[in-house]
Design a protein around this ligand. Structure first.
Ligand SMILES: Nc1ncnc2c1ncn2[C@@H]1O[C@H](COP(=O)(O)OP(=O)(O)OP(=O)(O)O)[C@@H](O)[C@H]1O
Length: 628
């Protein structure tokens, strides 16, 4: 009998109602008001309805209403294990196809590994002992080859080592921690079992993520990877009824994906215990350990019964890792391997980055002009998916309204909306129904939305790391994308780090930005401050003045291909346009499956960048950045 069998056997019989609508006392929420204590759940103070939802439905969605009881309705839903793989968003489960990605673009990325006795990387999934079922699922997902981060990280974790890993946005970090966790759970769950009669759910693995949407996404991905393995994966996040999430964990949970606030809530209600945790993964780890989340994460990891480092395995992943956060994070790790794929905190060359000077009062009109130009260059009337980042929730709402009034279908997502609205906004954007998403930083990290063609920083973030994550919503999985930033007087502190980041990513840096950067005394925080040497793979342990670098063996693996063309991306683009146009699946019409590279960017007639629309750049002419 497995640990989960024991758990479900011990709890299911007495708790399963024989008549609908009876809720056994021990399953009733102990404190209905405490349902909404997640750190990223400010909804309690907000109105309970808006133009997306009637007051009644909003009330029910929050878990406080007395409408149809979600508890029983959901009981009738099929068990996750019953779901078909294609219902988990994989269209074809033959091994023949390929995932529509171009990870060849990452082949030439330098990888640096440091630490002691580093397990060697692999070239194929077949080389790793992941088990037959998981390997089948990898084929079903059409992941033909591991990405660089997967090649290096998976063997490290499978070998039982702790890991701090930094790899560029969209380069496959989710699978890099999910595969070894699922594989480890499969191996361990027959050995580990909850104490007999336990009524508390005891997952073997915990994956923490900073936002609800990201938790949902990881959960969905992990379920695909764990299809037919019997591994039970449950998600818990704020803004939705906790009672349903209790029900889910009661059915058995091997891997729990959670946001920190909801997790603490569940533990404090003594319905969940971390004492069996064997694997702990922090996605967006630097965000999880910055000032906003750090106390809560420390509480979870150090004060809530989780086995200590060395007993559990800990994995930290992000695209950015400031050294002060690395120092904090090292408290949670034991004899870990540090991996840097590409430059720490760097952006990918696959994203063409543009910066324009636009003062605050001109931004709305400038955005409209830009969108008109983008639209008129498309071969159809449909808009490419465009993600616009703003600083404040209010700003997001105002811009949504402005764009909608000006015939650009837009929808906003921010932390001031109830969860149902947030999810609805994301769905509507993904479908292309509202192809412009106006977002605060709630959407800046981790979200993997296919076909986002353009990220616009209407308001630049204060920190260069946030910029890296924001623009990383495009140019994913080896495909190319475009990022435009409106730079105003307020952004002078960012000039230096932005110019350096752009240079490192082989982007054209406008002369005015170089000028600001040279005369700036600001570092912009994060990246510019922390990257010391030429190669940006930077393990902070090597930087300790008293540290003994020889304790940390590092190796740099340069794959065979040269680094993509540097310098003038227009020139590079001319050479590669044909390839790009031929393989531009990413620019497929979001509402159909037909690829149409001209759709966003038009033809390559005007590669000299002359401002056909009176801008610094012409948005009909953006092409790939020199890779094939
Ligand atoms: N080996 C692979 N082959 C093909 N596609 C892959 C592979 N690994 C991951 N992908 C796909 O690449 C996309 C990006 O992966 P993922 O979301 O894990 O990136 P990430 O590195 O976590 O990005 P971020 O830093 O933004 O969180 C996903 O759509 C995923 O399905």
């Amino acid at each position: 009998m497995t640990r989960n069998d024991m758990f479900t056997e011990s709890t299911r019989k007495p708790t399963r109602p024989t008549r609908p609508r009876y809720l056994p006392p021990h399953l009733r929420p102990q404190n209905a008001n405490a349902v909404f204590t997640d750190a990223d759940t400010p909804e309690l103070t907000r109105p309970r309805y808006n133009r997306f939802s009637s007051p009644q439905t909003a009330l029910n969605s929050s878990g406080r209403g007395r409408g149809p009881t979600p508890w029983f309705t959901n009981r009738q839903k099929p068990n996750l294990d019953d779901e078909k793989f294609d219902e988990l968003e994989v269209i074809d489960d033959t091994a023949a196809g390929t995932n529509e990605t171009n990870f060849g673009a990452y082949e030439d990325i330098p990888v640096q590994a440091s630490g002691e006795n580093i397990p060697p990387p692999v070239q194929t999934f077949a080389e790793i002992d992941l088990g037959d079922v998981l390997k089948q699922n990898i084929k079903r997902c059409k992941f033909l080859k591991p990405t660089p981060i997967q090649r290096h990280a998976i063997p490290v974790v499978v070998a039982g080592r702790d890991l701090m890993a930094c790899a560029q946005t969209g380069s496959g970090k989710t699978a890099a921690f999910c595969f070894p966790i699922i594989c480890g759970v499969l191996k361990n769950r027959l050995l580990l079992s909850s104490p007999a009669g336990s009524q508390v759910a005891c997952p073997l693995a915990l994956i923490l993520a900073p936002t609800r949407e990201l938790s949902c996404q990881i959960h969905k991905e992990a379920k695909k990877f764990a299809y037919r393995t019997g591994v039970k994966i449950v998600v818990a996040y704020g803004g939705t009824p906790i009672s349903q999430q209790f029900r889910n964990i009661e059915k058995g949970v091997d891997i729990l994906v959670a946001t920190p606030g909801r997790l603490v809530d569940m533990i404090e209600r003594t319905r969940l215990s971390l004492r069996m945790i064997k694997y702990l993964a922090l996605d967006e780890a630097d965000r999880m350990l910055d000032m906003g989340f750090e106390p809560q994460i420390r509480k979870i990891v150090e004060k809530m019964g989780m086995p200590p480092p060395g007993t559990r395995q800990t994995m930290l992943f992000s695209a950015t890792f400031p050294d002060e956060i690395q120092k904090l994070a090292s408290d949670f790790l034991s004899a870990y391997v540090f991996l840097a794929v590409g430059r720490v905190g760097s952006s990918t060359d696959l994203i063409v980055q543009r910066v324009e000077i636009v003062q605050d009062m001109d931004k709305s009109n400038h955005l409209l002009n830009l969108l008109h130009a983008q639209k008129s260059n498309g071969s159809r009337s449909k808009h490419p998916l465009t993600l616009v980042f703003v600083e404040t929730k209010r700003g997001a709402d105002e811009l949504e309204l402005w764009l909608s009034r000006n015939a650009f279908p837009a929808i906003a997502i921010h932390g001031g909306k109830v969860q149902m609205e947030r999810e609805q906004a994301l769905r509507s954007f993904k479908r292309g129904a509202t192809p412009i998403l106006v977002a605060t930083d709630v959407a800046s990290r981790g979200l993997d939305i296919p076909h986002v063609a353009h990220v616009i920083n209407f308001d630049l973030p204060k920190n260069i790391d946030d910029y890296v994550h924001r623009i990383g919503r495009t140019g994913r999985a080896g495909n190319c994308g475009l990022a435009t930033a409106f730079f105003s007087d307020k952004n002078l502190p960012l000039a230096k780090s932005l110019a350096e980041l752009m240079r490192e990513s082989n982007q054209e840096v406008p002369s005015w930005l170089s000028h600001y950067a040279e005369n700036s005394s600001f570092s912009g925080g994060g990246w510019a401050k922390r990257v010391g040497g030429k190669f940006g793979g930077y393990d902070f342990r090597k930087g300790f003045p008293s540290g003994n670098e020889s304790n940390y063996h590092s190796s740099t693996h340069n794959d065979t291909h040269p680094v993509p063309a540097t310098g003038d991306y227009y020139a590079a683009a001319s050479a590669s346009t044909q390839t790009f146009l031929g393989s531009a699946g990413i620019y497929a019409d979001p509402c159909t499956t037909s690829a149409n590279a001209d759709y966003l960017f038009g033809s390559n007639e005007n590669l000299d960048g002359a401002g056909a629309h009176g801008y610094a750049y012409s948005y009909g002419q953006v092409v790939a950045s020199g890779w094939e």
